[in-house]
Ligand binder design. Structure first.
Ligand code: ZN
Ligand code: ZN
Length: 342
């Protein structure tokens, strides 16, 4: 296997990016290898598939990475494309796997001990919000289908936010950036103003913001707050989980804020008459979505509705079995929707 297309050196001395394949439209996830005085840090080792395993084997041998030289595995968040290979790589290297407590709790809920109750809770949520019952069985299969791609589970060492972590001979600030994933972490180096930002901010892609049961009560509010918080640092170079490292962090943050403000306006304009999440998400994203996309569409729509609800612009009616949303009487006086200011 020729690694040339999968590897580059996109930034600081001693940093290697491995582009690991994904069987989704996203195509690949970025894994970053950071060389330090006493060994390598691996950030987000990819989704566990036979292709990623093969790529890791080749990469380790061609880059001369011995198992013992990998000193730690760091995870920005628990999504399968970032977390999935952590257990496999830990088995090979004995390196500690570090992630946030919330992220680890989520991984355990979704694919560990809690997986059946968790998938049932998601199905119940979608049913309450209008998803057709004919789709629910397929959705359950879909929710549990990622299990082989996230196992074996690693032994996790929890990383606290607002602490520092050593990587590449530097101290990096650990910052909790909720919204895209509960317990998502970014890592910031204040001297060089570099940022490993996982899926919190991506170039050319809008990170999915989902409401999921038992996690964040208002993930979009958390996301917007975390976005502004990180933007204030004015990072000079950001290493994202997907696509290429980028230097226009401030501009990209503005685009993301604008995107969500527009989406909130659009959704708010759809609730003059009572309507449920499933119909709104079909209005926004189309009615021919594959199950994976339908799940993201429902959860993203719900995150925006909850934001509008907590802002007092809409209210829910639970009296008909299915939860309906509609504009409150005072909603028109508060347009345009104002996002939290700095
Ligand atoms: Zn993600
Ligand atoms: Zn991702």
């Amino acid at each position: 296997m020729d690694l040339a297309k999968q590897i580059d050196k996109p930034g600081r001395e001693g940093l290697i990016r491995l582009k690991l394949p994904l069987p989704y439209p996203l195509r690949y996830v970025n894994c970053y290898l950071v060389e330090g005085p006493d060994g390598w840090t691996v950030i987000d080792p990819g989704l566990h598939t036979p292709e990623t395993e093969a790529l890791w084997e080749v990469a380790m041998s061609q880059l001369g990475l011995s198992s013992a030289s990998i000193k730690q595995i760091i995870l920005t968040h628990h999504h399968p494309d970032h977390y999935g290979m952590a257990g496999w790589l830990q088995g090979k290297t004995d390196a500690p796997v570090r992630m946030s407590a919330k992220g680890w709790e989520q991984a355990d809920h979704m694919w560990g001990k809690g997986r059946l109750t968790d998938s049932d809770a998601v199905l119940a949520l979608f049913q309450q919000h209008g998803m057709e019952s004919s789709l629910l069985a397929g959705m359950k299969t879909h929710l549990l289908s990622s299990l082989p791609q996230v196992t074996p589970h690693p032994q996790v060492t929890v990383m606290e936010s607002d602490t520092e972590i050593q990587m590449g001979g530097d101290a990096w600030q650990v910052m909790e950036t909720n919204g895209h994933a509960w317990g998502h972490l970014c890592f910031y180096q204040p001297r060089s103003r570099e940022l490993f930002c996982g899926d919190h901010v991506l170039p050319r892609i809008y990170p999915n913001i989902s409401y999921m049961p038992g996690t964040d009560d208002n993930p979009l509010a958390s996301y917007l707050e975390a976005l502004k918080h990180v933007a204030k640092l004015k990072p000079l170079l950001a290493y994202p989980g997907h696509r290429d490292p980028f230097t226009n962090f401030g501009e990209r943050t503005e685009q993301l804020l604008h995107h969500h403000a527009q989406r909130l306006e659009r959704i708010a304009a759809m609730v003059d008459e009572p309507i449920h999440v499933y119909d709104i998400s079909r209005g926004l994203f189309g009615s021919a979505l594959a199950l994976a996309n339908l799940r993201f569409a429902m959860a993203e729509t719900l995150a925006h509705l909850i934001y509008l609800e907590q802002a007092g612009r809409i209210e829910r009616d639970e009296s008909h079995g299915v939860i309906m949303f509609k504009a409150t009487d005072n909603s028109t006086s508060t347009f345009p929707i104002k996002l939290p200011s700095n």
